[in-house]
Ligand binder design. Structure first.
Ligand code: ATP
Ligand code: MG
Length: 261
């Protein structure tokens, strides 16, 4: 069965696209079949973050009914599968966000997880993500404006009957100006699934056009995203990290022996 997850926030720039891409990459590294879908129809970000070239078929073609959604699946060099949206300004005339849920039905059974990146705010395409998702993950920053917008988003998701899994606190600095994690949980009334520190690895990954958990696997932010992924998949983070270290040691040995590139 396919589980459809939406990554939403309310406030812009808090790290939804970074979260969607890196959870997708972490899921994939943990052996799950996953597609990261750019459901930010107004300001698509996934292909911009990943430097995907202009592709012949996008989610927009599938929403318009011109192509089957499976024709819009691409493999990024990092190994993750993505379904990009068109970045063309022309496409804004026909969003077809109301077709998202029915279009995704064609992917059911073809992958284990679909992780949808949503746009900021509570526009038509964000609402379509919440409608199409089985469950949503709310990304916020430890600041009142971001948490206030997250609360509004949570209330809308609840009203729509979409399950809220919890909150990812991104760009955490652990300084005296931030809201602490307990306060965020009290305001939002949902558990914090993980804390991802403010980390220059995010900007570097953007420049490299790679997911940070792939390009900077040992960075604090990568650990944060893997921790969230482990929690979502019901795995023990410590065991997963041990396995990861064993695998990278094995890869190192095999490379030294000239048995792996
Ligand atoms: N943990 C982090 N540490 C430092 N920078 C980060 C972190 N997470 C994201 N960023 C940076 O913050 C910026 C916004 O991130 P991102 O694009 O993921 O946000 P968004 O919520 O998807 O934005 P939008 O609302 O515009 O879609 C990017 O430049 C990204 O590299
Ligand atoms: Mg984004």
């Amino acid at each position: 069965m396919t589980k459809i997850l939406g990554v939403v926030s309310g406030k812009g720039g808090v790290g939804k696209t970074t979260t969607a891409i890196n959870l997708g990459t972490a899921f994939s590294a943990m052996g799950r079949d996953v597609i990261v879908l750019d459901a930010n129809l107004t300001t698509p970000n996934v292909s911009v973050h990943l430097g995907a070239p202009i592709v012949p078929v996008t989610l927009n073609d599938a929403l318009r009914g011109n192509k089957h959604i499976t024709e819009a699946i691409y493999q990024h060099p990092s190994g993750i599968k993505i379904i990009p949206s068109s970045i063309s300004v022309e496409e804004l005339k026909f969003l077809n966000a109301d077709k998202l849920a029915s279009t995704l039905v064609d992917l059911i059974g073809k992958t284990e997880y679909i992780i949808m990146d949503a746009s900021a705010g509570l526009s038509e395409d964000t609402l379509a993500v919440m409608k199409a998702a089985d469950e949503v993950i709310v990304v916020t920053n430890p600041e009142l404006p971001a948490v206030t917008d997250a609360l509004k988003t949570i209330k809308i998701a609840e009203r729509m009957g979409t399950k809220v899994l919890g909150v990812v606190v991104n760009k955490y600095r652990n300084d005296e100006f931030e809201l602490d994690i307990r306060t965020i949980e009290t305001i939002l009334e949902y558990p914090v699934l993980g804390i991802v520190p403010e980390d220059k690895a995010a900007r570097s990954a953007l420049a490299l056009k790679m997911p940070l958990v792939y390009a900077h696997r040992n960075s604090p932010a990568a650990r944060g995203f893997r921790q969230v992924a482990a929690r979502l998949l019901g795995e023990r983070y410590e065991e997963m990290e041990e396995r990861r270290e064993e695998e990278s040691l094995l890869n190192y040995v095999l490379r030294r022996l000239g048995l792996r590139k």
